[in-house]
Every structure is written in structure tokens, then in C-alpha cells.
Design a protein around this ligand. Sequence first.
Ligand SMILES: *Cc1c(COP(=O)(O)O)cnc(C)c1O
Length: 380
Amino acid sequence: MPNKTEPIFCRSRAWIELDREALHHNVEELQKLLPNGCELMPAVKANAYGHGAVLISRELNRLGIKAFCVATVSEGIELRENGIVGEILVLGYTHPMQFPLLKRYDLTQTVIDLPYAEILNKYGQKVKVHIAVDTGMHRLGEPCKNIENICKIFRLPNLKIEGIYTHLCADDTDLPKDRTFTLEQSRAFYSTISQLKERGFECPKAHLLASYGLINYSELGGDYARIGIALYGVLSTEADRKCCSLSLRPVLSVKARVTALKTLQKGETAGYGLQFVADCDTKIAVLAIGYADGIPRSLSCGIGNVLIKGSKAPIIGRICMDQMLVDISHIPNVKSGDIAVIIGQSGDEKITACDLAEQTVTISNEILSRLGERLERQLI
Ligand SMILES: *Cc1c(COP(=O)(O)O)cnc(C)c1O
């Protein structure tokens, strides 16, 4: 049986190392930016952006953080079953058949709009909610122009309204049109709140900032900042990281074991579809990680690299479900059991989630959140 206290790199085939100090550092950096009276509400949805929701939330609980947001009821339940305390806000849709779980696990549900509020009210037991207000993203939320509908939600007897929030959708650039849009979203949100107050409704906690909102518009205030990507020390793109004045440190590294070595003669091929053809004698290493672990298959055939002993090793052939091949002709003394870095640092070289995102035409959020269940995770 594996010993739980021994470092995972002693035994795993492929794993995620979480840098505890980097997480603490990011929390401190982000807390410095918080508007007065505003608390961090980390977004730990999608397994904490692939990092491991329980490990991350437990560490955040230890740092005194007492509010979290998740996307689904089952994500909330996983946290509760692992002893996470404080408020847990479900940002997404919950089916009426799952309403009893909200009560049983003390989760706070998002009110998506008036019709949803009425269904939730019919459940008949007091449920804690935050009301989503749509100020222009046109995803979830009762449209802010329907102030009468929002008032109706407030009058429903079985909703315990503890919060009201909106989501900004163009807060990540400083293009004039995006700035104007963002300020208009904020104006509409706060105007909704004043109208509710004028009508005598007790106003609960209000929040609108996510990572980019806090970084670019901390003056917009709020009682919570729902921070996901920045907490993990990453921004969506490398360009964003370069122009951000915050010093954030990536929390996650992905590593995999070298399992076998081969020498190909000129003209021999490697992998499915004969996609790699050695144009000279070539040393290759087999790694115990593949696309089922969340490594994008589109990094195949020389698009991506890994790091071995501080050097870049190009990915060759097609990435398989559980394994992949890299060219190590230029790296001496690689042995079975050695460690390859997929995301992270090795010697003076590093590969970031943003690098993988750029090579596969997406954002780091997608790369991270798709990292597989099969990877073992540990805080170190
Ligand atoms: C995911 C999410 C967040 C966190 O976003 P980041 O950009 O990762 O900080 C905040 N609010 C809502 C509604 C979300 O869906």
C-alpha cells in the first residue's frame, strides 16, 4: 500500500504538485488589492481549476478563508464531506430533485431568474440563496431592467436571501469599448441595489468582481471577490501576465514518470499512424501520461515540449490516451524512473499553463480545469 505521507514523486506514474507557499503568497497579494470590507471568495469549481478542490479549499480554510464558490451541487457536497467550513455558493443550475441536498449540505444556491426562484420557493423549506442579476453577459441572472421581478424574488417567503451578484464579461482588457461596457455593468448593478433599498428591501452581500475585475477594477467594490484563476497564480494568457503588476506565483506543476527508453534507427517510426519518422538515429523516452490525464492531444507531433533534466524534449508522434513519446536525443543519461515536467520548472527552463494554452489555441483556464482525475495531487 502506498504510504500517504511519502511524497507522491516517489511512486506515482503522473502527478500534480501544489506549491503551498505560492498559494499563500497569491492569497496575500490578492488580499492587498481587495476593496475595503471585501472578502475573498475563492472559485474552487472544476476541481479548483484542476488543482484539487479539497486540498486547495482545506488550505484556504486554514488561512482563515470562509467563503467559496463552486459550479455544481456535487462540487459543494465534495467540499462538505471533506470538512470544508464556511459559505459555499453554487454558481450554476441545480435541478429541483437536488434541492434537498442544498439543505442537507448547507449550500447556498444561485437564483438564476424569477421563474427559477418560484420553483425553489415551492420546495417549501428555507434555502439560502444569492440572486444573480444579469447586467449584460446574458448568461445567468434576472435582467437588471426587470426591477419588479427582482422585488418579487425578494418577497418569496422560502428564500433566505444572503447575497446579490452580477458577473462582468469584458473586464480583461483596457479597450475603450470594454471599459465602457464594464462601468455600465457596474452602474446597472449598483443602481439595482439602490432601487431595492428605496423599496425597503434589506440588502444582502453584493459582489461583482472575479480575477480580472479585481485586478483591473478593484474600485468597483463589493463584499466578496470571486477569485479563481489568479488565486492559482496564473492568468488566462501570457500577454495578460506580462502587463499585470501583481506578482503571482503558479501553484501547480504537472509531472510524469519516464517509463522506457528506445533508440530508433533512421527511417523507423514511432506511435500511432507512423506520424513520427526518425530522420537520423533518435533516442526517445516513453512518459506515463496522456490525453486522458488532460494533456491536449493537439500538442502531438512537435507542437509541445516537456522538460527533462532542465532541457526541452519535443513531443513526438501522436499523444496516446495514457502515454506519450518525447525526443531526448540531446539529453544525456535519461533513465527509466526519471521525472518529466509537463507544466512547471526544471533547471532554468519552465513551461507554463499559458504556454500550453497558446500552443493549443485556448486559455490557461481550460488547460488547468481539464487536468484529469487520475493525476495524484499533493501539497508540498
Ligand atoms: C468562474 C467564475 C468566477 C471566477 O472567475 P476567474 O476569472 O477565474 O476569477 C467568478 N464568478 C463566476 C460567476 C464564475 O462563473
